[in-house]
Each structure stands twice: as structure tokens, then as C-alpha cells.
Design a protein around this ligand. Sequence first.
Ligand code: UDP
Length: 302
Amino acid sequence: MHPASPSLTGLDSNLRFDQPHILNGGWRTDVAAVTPWLAPIVWDATFDPALLDAMHKDRKVTVAVTVFAIGKYTQFLKDFLETAERHFFVGSTFNIRYYVFTDQPAEVPSIDMGAGRELVIRSVPGSNRWQEITAGRMKMIQALIETELRGHADYIFCFDVDAKFHGRWGTETLGELVAAIHPGYYATERTFPYERRPASKAYMAPEDGDYYYQAAVFGGELPYVHHLVSTCGHNFELDAQQGIEALWQDESHFNRYLWIHKPTKVLSPEYLWQDFHPRKPEIRIIRFSSVIKDYTKIRPNV
Ligand code: UDP
């Protein structure tokens, strides 16, 4: 594990890359590739993967991944992990540690992992309310960072399990605070499904909001993600003490947090698609996508 700073040794002077242009050439003109606060929005063809990987090659970046599989959601683990092994930070310069949180450790499939990659199982209680499971993740990620990750990982990414990787997910996604735009709301106006009750700590006024982020994926450097999950977990508890549960539980608090604390890198919906959406021309590649599922068959409650 190394501090999150640019490579001190620099690039190999023999490497050759295409010339970058600032007047249209080689850049996306059909989508916004930067936010109003100058964070990159990562789309295909806005970065050179070989150049980015070369810039990280001496750092041996360690990435922790959290994924929760509670109740019937263990059935998604095999595809999630197998496709992550094919697409997520593949290469000898990365260390990857998957943390699988489950109430059924025996159901965690055994997957062939590449060198420098390992899986750790964390036993957690089940629940008969899916709302409790999804929102409870924030506190568990907070505890993981505090007790195990500090000093041992550079970055953390937190994923929903009911999804698969289909394309490269690598160094282009690294940043201090990284969030992904919800594939269902990237082309809509500000009528996002934020929490609208002022009594909730997740409250967003009608004129507030940048994008609608989906909490199915987020990550970044440990101190930034720690502040995010501890704040969201705490605010969820404060709401509960008042008898309030935000409209989309952790995701509502997540959106409120990211309105106040802007992400330093935003992932386009290429990085968080949903299989049931028809493919759109601006989505040149789907890198990660949630599978179609029958909620009545897999969730513990409806
Ligand atoms: N989850 C789980 N067991 C459940 C419900 C949820 O393990 O019974 C976890 C799982 O990682 C899942 C995530 O919480 O991917 C988000 O829940 P879900 O996919 O149901 O939410 P959606 O994004 O579909 O609203």
C-alpha cells in the first residue's frame, strides 16, 4: 500500500501515446465530460487507459471491494465475482481484496482469483426487511474502514451484488470521492426522487441537486468514503429516532451528502447501467450493469 500520490518515478520515456487535442478532436462532444465544479465525468473515449495504467504502474494500488449478499442475494455472488475477476482492475500492478458480507458464509462460491487478489468473508446477521439491509451497509463499511482497511488499502469501492461487469473498470475510476449517475435519471430534469420531507436529514429542496446518484456503486480514498458512510449512517439513525425512513433509505442520504460534498470524480452510466434499459447511442460501452430480478422472489419483504 502506498500513499495516494502521483508516481514519483514518472513515466517511461519510451512510451508513446496519441496527441491529446483540446479542439474537438478525439474528445466526446455528445456528452458532458466535466461537472460545473470541474470533476471529470468518466465516459468512454475521454481517457487513455494505457496512459492511466502507466501512470499507476509503480504504485501497486490496493483496492478494497465491499459487497453484501444477505438472504437470497447470495445467488448473485458467483457472476459478480467471476466478472470482476475478468474486468475489475486486472493486472499485476493492483492488489484487490473483496470483502463479502453475508449471513450464509457456506453459500459464498469458490472463485479462482488472479495473483494479488483475495476474498474475505464477513459474517453478518440477516434481516427480514430489505430496507434495513441496504441502509445497514453504511455502518458496516464504516466499521470495516476503521478496523481493517486503514493503512492496508488505498481505495475502496462499494457495490451492489446483483450486477455483472462487462467491460474494463480500472484506474480511470480512481479519485478521492467517486459516485455514479443513476442510469434512469441522467437525461431527466431535476424532478429526481430525492427525499422531500424537511423533517428528514436527507431532505432536498425542489431547487437543489446536481445529478441523481445511485448508491449501487461508490468509492474513493478511505478518508473520503469514511466520512460519507459515517455521515449517511448517522443521519439514517437520527431519522429513525424521529420515526422517519427516507424515501430510498441509504440512497436518499447518499444524494443529500453528495449535494453538500461534491464528488471529485463522477462515473457516467456506462459504469452503472441496468439490463432492462434499452441501449442508448451515448452509451458506447456498458461496463457494469444490474441484472433483471424479480423483487417478489428475492427480497425478504415487499
Ligand atoms: N441486499 C441483500 N439482501 C437483500 C436485499 C439487499 O444482500 O435481501 C443487498 C445486495 O447487495 C443488493 C443491495 O443490498 O445488491 C441493494 O438492494 P437491491 O438490489 O434490492 O436494491 P435496488 O438497487 O434494486 O433498489
